[in-house]
Design a protein around this ligand. Structure first.
Ligand code: PBG
Length: 325
């Protein structure tokens, strides 16, 4: 057969394949979400195999392990013991996240980028992401609370704040509040494009943040919409977002690609709880090779255009990547 093009020529040896590889996955591009609790024991989360709620007293040691694996950073979620309608503990100087930030800092210095999730749903007794009136989340009153939470995280030593609430105008308001408080150097990673997704199920278990009534469709985006993602991202970039996020990950690879082609800020993809749990569940059944599927999933997010990936598999994947060399 006379063929000019034989793509298989470049697949003949492992080193050759490695040389022409277009996309790479590096531990530094991975961010591990961490749940901080006020309990006194490490509590494994049933629907997220391998993931636990950590008491602040043990988080320093875990942070040292993660830093040793070479991952880029951690994304902190607080699960306070007491919840109330306004989520009062979210911006308390001795709140669970604020204490966690200090413990991680003490353990690893600047060896990990400490990112905090800025939202109210883990702190409110009704589980909604903001202040409620007549069953509706009030935008502007919630934004006011969020600015205080962001400043309190910066004050405790966070490197990056990540608002995940989807209220309108929050990025600009948080930027202004951080600047006024003297934190001009703290970047904002905005959850710019966050879909009202069924893939968040295990997270809501883990954070005990399932809304007591209704759902989040009044704030989060309709999974059917792509053009709207461009509008949301543009607003956040205009308001000063330093990095933008797409969430969930794999069902929204087209959105990651769209944003990659439209904006020059770094893009994060959140490979969410349900995406991780599905791989673990199928692996437990013996139906797939969990390690290979997980790495392929993360590589797919990178190929679509994500600069970094928030994933429950961060630590595990960093270990595998090292083994592979
Ligand atoms: C809100 C928040 C959620 C997740 C991250 N930040 C839950 C939600 O919007 O209901 C979900 C992440 C995941 O599923 O892994 N603070």
């Amino acid at each position: 057969m006379e063929l000019v093009e034989r793509p298989r020529r470049l697949r003949r040896t492992a080193v050759l394949r490695d040389m022409v590889r277009e996309t790479r996955l590096h531990p530094r591009q991975l961010i591990q979400p961490l749940f901080l609790s006020e309990g006194d024991r490490v509590e494994p989360i049933g629907s997220l195999p391998g993931i636990s709620r950590w008491p602040v007293a043990s988080i320093g040691e875990e942070a040292r392990r993660l830093a040793g694996l070479g991952i880029g950073g951690v994304l902190l979620f607080g699960i306070p013991r007491d919840k109330d309608p306004l989520g009062a503990s979210a911006d308390a100087p001795d709140g669970v996240v604020q204490r966690g930030i200090r413990a991680i800092r003490e353990a690893v210095g600047s060896g990990l980028v400490v990112i905090t999730d800025v939202c109210l749903c883990e702190y409110t007794d009704h589980g909604h992401c903001g202040i409620l009136r007549d069953g509706e989340v009030l935008n502007d009153e919630t934004v006011e609370r969020l600015t205080r939470i962001a400043v309190s995280h910066a004050r405790a030593g966070a490197d990056v704040v990540a608002p995940s609430d989807m209220m309108d105008g929050r990025v600009g308001a948080i930027r202004e509040a951080l600047d006024d408080a003297g934190y001009t150097g703290i970047p904002i990673l905005s959850y710019a494009v966050k879909y009202a997704s069924a893939f968040y199920g295990p997270f809501r278990d883990a954070a005990q943040s399932t809304p007591a009534f209704g759902d989040r469709r009044g704030a989060q985006m309709d999974p059917a919409n792509a053009r709207e993602a461009l509008r949301e991202a543009a607003l956040d970039v205009e308001q000063g977002a330093d990095m933008i996020m797409v969430k969930p990950g794999l069902p929204y690879l087209d959105i990651v690609r769209l944003l990659r082609e439209s904006f020059n800020v770094p893009i994060a993809a959140y490979h969410v709880s349900g995406e991780y749990a599905m791989v673990k569940a199928a692996e437990a059944k013996g139906w797939i090779d969990g390690r290979a599927v997980m790495l392929e999933s993360l590589l797919g997010l990178r190929r679509a255009g994500a600069d970094m990936i928030i994933t429950y598999a961060a630590a595990e994947a960093a270990g595998w990547l090292r083994e592979q060399g």
